[in-house]
Design a protein around this ligand. Sequence first.
Ligand SMILES: Cc1ncc(C[n+]2csc(CCOP(=O)(O)OP(=O)(O)O)c2C)c(N)n1
Ligand code: SF4
Length: 290
Amino acid sequence: MSTTTDCGCQPTPATYTVKDFRSNLKPIWCPGCGDYGVVTALYRALVNIGRPPHEIAFISGIGCSSRIPGYTTAYGFNTVHGRALPIAQGIKMANPDLTVLVAGGDGDGFSIGGGHVPHAIRRNLDLTYIVMDNHIYGLTKGQLSPTTPRGSKTPTSSYGSIEEPVNPLLYVLAYGAGFVAQGVPADMEGLANLIEEAIRYPGFAFVNIQSPCITFGEPDDQLKAQKTRMRKLAAEGHDPSNRLRAMELAQAYGTELYTGVFYRNPNPPITYDQHIRDRQAELQPTAAEE
Ligand SMILES: Cc1ncc(C[n+]2csc(CCOP(=O)(O)OP(=O)(O)O)c2C)c(N)n1
Ligand code: SF4
């Protein structure tokens, strides 16, 4: 952190660097795991946000990806598999001034924790949900996950998966999320910008990150392949205020690798946490009542 003075009297706001957000814990992800890129992009986004680490709470579930809070200096809580969202909502309610980030894998978010996603969206607390989508259960050694493509061979689908995968983008759009984006670690700058935009969005914001699992993932998902496959929505002329078009584009999940903002509500509705603050203010006794 650095604090400078313009004239020797008024300190200018503190500025933070990546070092301020990187913890002393050395990541134990496999060398080449996409999650390294995710945490680097996150550090960059937090530098741009400019809030100190103690004003940020970072909540995760269980999985390789869910280790991420430990690699930051923000307040962190590595909770229970699939239960990051309810705990994050409680934290935001208890201290609405915190910037609350939630992260986990596709298994954590769309399998065991899938029932929490619609309710977090409809409540619309101001938090950012990052899913590190590697189409596999990484931590438990490569079993089928809810986003595993049909036909993929895994230890739990030896002859190829016969299940249709969940489409996380369409799922959250359908439930009314106000901010929906997708990024890849292969485009670090783009990913950092998306995370920053999501944090700045006043309401529930979702970022699906196609974060390759180098150990159990498919070759088509790896960083090198991402670079050739990715198609930036901005370059395609997509207008992120058009929710129906966003849903149309989101249908290509699993075939096209679109990156960027699918949808940003141009008129963000009041958040749940703001409703509560307003209600509390209304219920405060006036001086005459006291
Ligand atoms: C209640 C419960 N059920 C199952 C597990 C075992 N488990 C731990 S992580 C995990 C899945 C991990 O996959 P994902 O959430 O996609 O994260 P990744 O490791 O791929 O980043 C499972 C099934 C658990 N820890 N707790
Ligand atoms: S198993 Fe896969 S997701 Fe887990 S750390 Fe290794 S490469 Fe990453």
